[in-house]
Design a protein around this ligand. Structure first.
Ligand code: MN
Length: 310
């Protein structure tokens, strides 16, 4: 993995002033949190895991944010493994990955496209970089499904093109939810927003919803949010009750703005599973390791990844 800039906070939380434009400067002065991502390895590729954090498990229904690469184009090779209770959102800045799952989906994804897999009661998939690119760089995000739909049938969507809108010097691509006049057709099971921000030198102000909480993860470059600079390797948590988001950059930048209505459910995560109790995980682990048809079969040359015993 390339070296990234060290996040200026050594610890979890800093207080920073967050002045906003014009007469509302005082009103919006507030505290935000900058939390360093932790490093992990997924399928041979190092990742910066921005969420979950020890002190913050969810942002809206977003429960997992992995930023991988830039790395060799074929670096990510993840054999068949199961999921329950979540959606996986795959988003590439560079590279090409093929997805196979146990409901028969086979889908190549390229930059600008969205793969959205809804695990529901159980699915398995494999994700393999094809190597047909100069390098691999992207993010995989998980969304915790609400209790209402978390045991639903598994599903998969590919969106070959997504709505885009300009705001100031930023191009905004809406992966899920809606922002400005752009609305994604991707399935959401709770009120949610996920957008890619591609900035050229300059600034923008994005309208936010006061009932959503938001965070930002920078994938490339440096983004100034209010008066806080954010670089790869950190989660900027903004909280709720914001009407607008002032962003700026002095060089090209790519970042994800994620948000949603707080889920308000006690979500538990273990390995590749999202649920509400340890008992659910014990059952899913035993079923996956025993080859139960709950998770089906995945077409892949890679070995199945067994669930850990503890
Ligand atoms: Mn997966």
């Amino acid at each position: 993995m390339q070296d990234t800039e060290t996040v200026s906070t050594g610890n979890c939380v800093i207080d920073t002033q967050f002045p906003w434009a014009g007469s509302r400067r005082q009103r919006y002065r507030r505290t935000v949190e900058v939390m360093p991502s932790h490093l992990a390895d997924v399928g041979g590729i190092p990742v910066r895991r921005a969420l979950p954090q020890r002190t913050r498990r969810l942002v809206g229904a977003w429960c997992f944010v992995d930023h991988f690469g830039p790395a060799a184009a074929d670096a990510m090779q993840i054999g068949p493994h199961p999921h329950i209770g979540l959606q996986t959102v795959t988003w590439l800045l560079d590279g090409e990955v093929v997805h196979h799952d146990s409901i028969g989906s086979e889908q190549v994804i390229r930059p600008g496209q969205l793969n959205l897999m809804t695990a529901g009661s159980g699915i398995a998939h494999a994700e393999e970089a094809t190597g047909n690119a100069a390098r691999l760089h992207g993010a995989q995000l998980w969304v915790a499904l609400p209790d209402r739909t978390r045991n639903s049938d598994p599903a998969f969507e590919h969106h070959g093109a997504l709505p885009q809108v300009s705001a100031g010097s930023f191009d905004v691509t809406v992966l899920v939810g809606e922002l400005l006049e752009a609305r994604s057709g991707a399935r959401t099971d709770s009120p949610l927003l996920g957008v890619d921000l591609a900035g050229r030198p300059g600034a923008a102000s994005l309208p936010l919803r006061r009932d959503f909480e938001y965070c930002i993860v920078v994938l490339d470059g440096r983004l100034t949010v209010g008066v806080t600079d954010v670089v790869p390797g950190a989660l900027l948590y903004l909280g709720r009750d914001l009407d607008e988001l002032p962003i700026a950059c002095d060089a090209p930048v790519r970042a994800l703005l994620l948000g949603g209505e707080p889920l308000g459910e006690d979500v538990v995560m273990w390995w590749n599973f999202v649920g509400r109790s340890r008992d659910e995980f014990d059952a899913a682990r035993e079923q996956w390791n025993a080859g139960s048809d709950r998770f089906g079969e995945v077409t892949s040359a890679r070995a199945r990844i067994p669930a850990p015993l503890v």
